[in-house]
Ligand binder design. Sequence first.
Ligand SMILES: [Fe+2]
Length: 291
Amino acid sequence: MGVSALGYVGFEVSDLATWRHYATDFLGLMDVTTDESELRFRMDSHAWRFAVTKGGRDDLSFIGFEVTDAAALAAVAQQLKTIGVETTQDKALAKHRGVSDLLKCADPSGTAVEIYYGATEVFPEPLRSPAGVQGFVTGDQGLGHLVLYTGDVAAALKFYQQGLGFRLSDNIDMALSPEFSLELTFLHCNPRHHTLALVPAPLPKRLNHFMVQVENMEDVGFAYDRADKLGVKIANTLGRHTNDHMFSFYAFTPSGFEVEFGWGARTISEPWTVTRHKANSTWGHKRLSNS
Ligand SMILES: [Fe+2]
């Protein structure tokens, strides 16, 4: 038993106005903000997927993982309890998030984690992307993926695998020099190749990047052109990843962490065989800038 998808994420950012422009005009998310203290954006039939609030962290502020129903919520709470993580039910927060029930806890790095079922759907209001994105890949694959920095991979794996039910997809040994490589860990909870990846680095920021996937390849190209037009800085050029086969590029957000804008990833097929890779990318993804 485990969580079934990445349902929503929250960012705490220092510049709300710039983020609103970035989320809509660059990423193509639909602005559905009703309270100016918390910007909200849609990418599909869910009432919202991204919440952006003002604060000095410029980082991930919370992660929302979806479970199928009340029984799954109780089962995940029990698994977390078994590894020593207590969850707290928060009915007021559930109402604010627009979900039926919600439990909250924190991962070993201190990131707020919410587990919920019963997200609000708004099918009568079709998605209108302000940047003309034809559609994002969500559904049973959830919102996209998050790549997190952690100072303690073993503790993170215990929380995400034993507690939340994630399974290993693969590892990449990313060579930083001839003598030194970082072992990246990729985890899945549904057909998306990875919903989470862990980078073993105890950095002040918890989020390396988040990924959104579009349905059409041209929408990656259009986003690349929009970055140029809007002055959004590219972090990595177009390329294709070795493990999930995502065709994508990376850009900086106004908060310094990055977004991966992708198309065409392969999905997990059962039975899945865990493998290792020696490089992140088959081609491309050339690093242009570190900030
Ligand atoms: Fe990624």
